[in-house]
Design a protein around this ligand. Sequence first.
Ligand code: ATP
Length: 349
Amino acid sequence: MADISLSSVGKSFAGAPALHDITTHFRDGEFVALLGPSGCGKTTLLRLLAGFEMPSTGTIRIGDSDMADAAAGRMVPPENRNIGFVFQSYALWPHMNVRRNVSYPLEIRRLPKADIAARTLAALEATGLEPYADRMPSDLSGGQRQRVALARCLVSDPDAVLLDEPLANLDVALRASMQGVFTDFHKRTGATMVYVTHDQAEAMAMADRIAVMDHGQIRQFDTPRTLYERPRSKFVAEFVGRGTVVPLRDVQMSGAGLQARALGARIAVQSSPDTATVSHVCLRPENLTISEVGDLRAKVARVTYLGGRYLLETVAACGTCLLAETRAKFEVGSQLGLTIDTPWAFAED
Ligand code: ATP
């Protein structure tokens, strides 16, 4: 078992807090993404899990072992954690060829030579690197170097793998294909993976669950679908996916559901039963239907072809920008009606 538990974990640098009181649990074998804007504390959280930093408060457990206890001043060093790391910078040994980069962690552990050779070959095959085994890192592309870093993790059979923006240096097309390499690696190893990114599309494509972070806290930790369809706050609604957050007025129970006024229109909204008060909704493109008898009038300001459909940026009569998707092409400047279809409502914070 290599689940990861954090209890009241905080970290300050010279008195300035970078993480506040984080209590959370990553399941054994889960692919977790830490997602959030620059400076929100993603890398700090990863470094605490790795053992590169000591928490200022709280405890960290990986599997059955206590890894850090701030109150007791105890911490297990990184080399004793059975954790793999993959960094944006690849961190390969430049003077060793690909095979040696992959086998080296086993050599340090003084495993039998035949064992090392068999495990290295299996890791090279699993990452498609066998044809490059004799090349030096300087003679590889960015994607190939990142595969070497993954093969080096794979060979050590880690309980958990920590990845810090591993695709940040790669171009868009390569990033998409490398996402498949990472998810295959995850399936193959069954390791718990914690993946730092500020790219929400990447997190949505790969992770089982995403911890959305802001100002040193986890604002919501849920599946990609729940984060998109049921955000709990304005911050998460705006950070994950497209849409416009607008305030609600006159929120009332009506029959089985909630009704409210948004942008001057009376609309039905949905929300979580455990949310005591809702104050905002997120109008995603799926919540807006183009129809002549719409709730709102809007003017098309910009049209983007998305492949098979168009994204319309419209400006409603009240001045709010709203996004709609359609199969039919509209001209910039045309007027249309928009019907609001039961958007998701939440509290502001
Ligand atoms: P980015 O996406 O830009 O990498 P991040 O979410 O990973 O950002 P962190 O690198 O964890 O953010 O930084 C969180 C906060 O802690 C920032 O305000 C940062 O300046 C501060 N910080 C991180 N490491 C140190 C350090 N060694 N000394 C002082 N402050 C630090």
